[in-house]
Write a protein that binds this ligand. Structure first.
Ligand SMILES: C[S@@+](CC[C@H](N)C(=O)[O-])C[C@H]1O[C@@H](n2cnc3c(N)ncnc32)[C@H](O)[C@@H]1O
Length: 223
């Protein structure tokens, strides 16, 4: 029954893309969208792909891609998502940490095809989509080097594992921004961010409810 409901939701949305998604459907809070775009500009000369882990319908990706195009920044933009919401076991683990169970299907009922259609509708068909649970997507499918990573999967485990997988890929001068790290958030991403920082002796830094991890730029070679 639930499956039928999401299939119907998917079909309706797909048929009505030009109408429902005529504006980029971003769910990132404005001050965090600002912060992400700001860091994209700051890191425009840092080599490596821009990666958005947890892209939902692609609204933030569209705005970021368009901005980079307008600034002449040529980098791959890669989105990773299940395109069908949370992984059950990862969500259940955060319910036991206090997240409300009613949010389980908040991002269910999307599909890779639907997101690709929305991206094309906004002239961003060159954004690469990788479908899967970010904790188990094969290494070979991930970019070797990243300049900016927006990590927006809400939950403790995929946040923590994504940091383990992407921190080593971050170029000098690059930055990772983790959404939903504000105090008393119902989402538990901050627990994963904080654990990763502690274990790797990295400073925890918070701005506008995001956790930040920056890799220092390489010092110029001594003459
Ligand atoms: C808050 S939404 C992302 C919003 C998007 N960044 C934006 O700005 O519009 C969270 C997304 O994370 C995805 N997600 C959650 N757990 C995931 C996992 N383990 N692997 C891949 N994607 C996941 C969900 O499918 C959902 O689309």
């Amino acid at each position: 029954m639930l499956n039928m409901k999401y299939r119907l939701k998917r079909l309706t949305r797909s048929a009505l893309v030009p109408l429902i998604y005529r504006y980029p459907p971003s769910v990132l809070a404005p001050e965090r969208l600002y912060l992400f775009l700001h860091h994209l500009i700051q890191a425009k000369d840092v080599p490596g792909a821009v990666v958005e882990i947890g892209c939902n319908l692609g609204g933030t990706a569209i705005m970021a891609r368009r901005m980079l195009d307008r600034l002449g920044v040529k980098k791959p933009y890669i989105c990773i998502d299940t395109f069908d919401g949370f992984v059950d076991s990862q969500f259940a683990a955060d319910v036991s940490r206090g997240s409300p169970s009613r949010d389980q299907n908040l991002f269910s009922g999307n599909s890779r095809d639907l997101v690709a259609k929305i991206l094309r509708r906004h002239g961003c068909g060159d954004i690469q989509l990788i479908q899967g649970d970010v904790t188990v997507v094969p290494d070979a499918a991930l970019p070797a080097q990243c300049s900016v990573v927006l990590l927006d999967v809400d939950l403790t485990e995929p946040t923590y594992v994504s940091l383990q997988r992407f921190w080593p890929r971050l170029a000098p001068g690059g930055v990772i921004l983790v959404d939903d790290c504000q105090e008393n958030a119902s989402w538990k991403a901050q627990i994963g961010y904080s654990r990763f920082c502690r274990e790797n002796h990295l400073p925890e830094r918070y701005l506008h409810g995001m956790g930040l991890l920056a890799r220092a730029e390489r010092k110029a070679e001594a003459a």
